[in-house]
Design a protein around this ligand. Structure first.
Ligand code: SF4
Length: 506
């Protein structure tokens, strides 16, 4: 496994976009196909979900090889590395870190030896009973055949638990049997894709917080975070992996079982911002949801203006919907540098001071003298929008009216999205009017929670919207048992026992 020294800085700008994506997972079982290449392109389609590290594990039926490194998928892999990964099963991962630092050791797929072989696992989501799982790992009789883990993420704990189960006589359990024992004990958001030497597995938490879909190839099966990743590798969409479902795929076909009853609470923010517009979740297309959010936003929060522009790219569908419903023309007022964040070079002080211009540049000829409606998908800290308003005024805008296609973000997410701490959220403790003044806008309005939810066409009880209304879809442990550094701090003390190698960094 190669080790990279460079750290990708995808958050170059002061006040850069607030919500950071969840991870992307991809798995394929396809004898006769170049599974590493299929996985590469699947991850390429899921790159927006995580840009810190990428990895692919491949099995040839007798051993699993893992190749992972820090950086974008296209930076981690080349023809040579992909051609070294030969086999018929593959699991891939593009990471954005939510539990565990962004370091090579925490890149995925995670890998563990078992008494019968090995396991490689990729995880999208974030767990809320990490400390409890660390305790279970510490209690394993023969943890990972004695080898100490290097990782400090929640994913490695699940991998260790699946690898280390035994029956009453002390005989090792298969991964399938271990899954039915362990998965009911895992709490939080998890869309898992994993494998041993012979079988591809997938599982989704009972709430189905993060998406996970099943696709069919002529000669095999694919599992992916988003349906858009099926399209890129020529797989046809079959269905979602159901909340609480476990799937195993091998030469005998696909076996499905349940480890928990489904209690659907899909993340509404996937529809607002996270997922690709060309993805469908729970039968609803993301792009159409965003356009509808824009239409409803126009009805709820009209503005007297000459031009609707979007904060590209994520605000564009809602801006199109806003323009359509309001009758105000839509125009491109901002040009986005598509390659921002794809550099290892730190900006100089002069460039840093230019801030948002690294990412967005106004089209002065389009916006000069105009009363603008600027549509964006969300406001987290507000730094980006504040800089944007200033830039648009400098470029000659007569008025700037900000319209947001999601409600104010007031609560943190514990299920795989890293917004900010509650204290950093601009909507926590300020009225909408105060936020608008702080941004320097002529007016500011957000869509209502019901307007956003209705635009998804998903029933309200089946969606998590906790970052907007504080109603979390499951009980949460005490705050000191949550957090990105949980396994890297003293907070791991309850499991800091003789077996603490399971959670200690080397
Ligand atoms: S808290 Fe917000 S971002 Fe997190 S899962 Fe729920 S809706 Fe999604």
């Amino acid at each position: 496994m190669p080790r990279g020294d460079g750290l990708l800085n995808h958050d170059l700008l002061p006040g850069e976009k607030g919500p950071q994506d969840a991870c992307g997972v991809f798995g394929v079982w396809a004898p006769g196909e170049e599974v590493a290449k299929l996985t590469y392109f699947g991850l390429y389609a899921l790159q927006h979900r995580g840009q810190e590290s990428a990895g692919i594990a491949v099995s040839n039926g007798s051993q699993i090889l893992v190749f992972k490194d820090m950086g974008l998928v296209s930076q981690v892999f080349d023809e040579t590395s992909l051609s070294s990964l030969q086999g018929h099963i593959a699991v891939g991962h593009a990471r954005y870190s939510t539990t565990g630092a962004s370091v090579w050791e925490n890149a995925q797929p995670t890998f563990r030896a078992t008494a019968q072989g090995s396991i490689a696992l990729a995880h999208n989501g974030n767990l809320v009973n990490t400390a409890e799982l660390a305790g279970l790992v510490a209690d394993l009789p023969e943890r990972n055949n004695g080898s100490a883990p290097a990782a400090t993420n929640d994913t490695d704990l699940v991998t260790a638990l699946l690898a280390g189960q035994t029956d009453d006589d002390g005989k090792p359990l298969s991964i399938e049997a271990a899954s039915s024992r362990i998965l009911p004990q895992v709490r939080g958001a998890f869309s898992l894709v994993f494998m041993d030497e012979h079988t591809l597995y997938a599982a989704r938490d009972p709430q189905g917080i993060r998406p996970l879909v099943l696709g069919r190839l002529e000669r095999g099966w694919v599992v992916a975070s988003e349906s858009a990743a099926l399209d890129i590798c020529g797989a046809s969409y079959v269905r979602e992996i159901e909340p609480g479902e476990f799937v195993a795929i091998d030469e005998n076909g696909l076996r499905s079982s349940r480890f928990a009853d489904a209690r659907p609470k899909g993340c509404v923010f996937e529809y607002v911002y996270l997922a690709r517009p060309d993805t469908d979740i729970a039968g609803r297309n993301v792009y159409l949801s965003r356009v509808e959010m824009g239409r409803r936003l126009a009805a709820e929060a009209p503005a007297e203006a000459d031009l609707v522009i979007a904060t590209p790219e994520s605000g564009t569908p809602a801006a199109i919907g806003y323009a359509e419903a309001s009758g105000i023309p839509f125009g491109a007022g901002l040009v986005k540098n598509a390659y921002v964040g794809r550099t290892f070079i730190q900006p100089s002080q002069t460039i840093r001071q230019l801030g948002i211009r690294l990412k967005l540049n106004p089209l002065k000829e389009v916006i000069k003298g105009k009363r603008l409606v600027v549509v964006d998908d969300s406001i987290v800290r507000g730094n980006t929008q504040r800089a944007l308003v200033r830039m648009l005024r400098e470029a000659g805008a007569a008025e700037v009216h900000i319209r947001i296609s999601s409600p104010p973000v007031k609560w943190p997410c514990f299920f795989g999205i890293d917004f900010a701490t509650r204290a950093e959220l601009i909507a926590n403790g300020m009225t909408i009017e105060e936020i608008g003044t702080s941004l320097g806008a002529d007016s500011l309005a957000y869509i209502s929670i019901d307007g956003m939810i209705e635009a998804t066409t998903i029933a309200k009880p089946n969606l998590c919207r906790a970052c907007f209304d504080g109603e979390y879809p499951m009980d949460l442990p005490d705050p000191e048992l949550l957090g990105k550094q949980l396994l890297e701090t003293e907070l791991a003390a309850p499991v800091e026992t003789a077996a603490s190698a399971a959670i200690r960094r080397p």
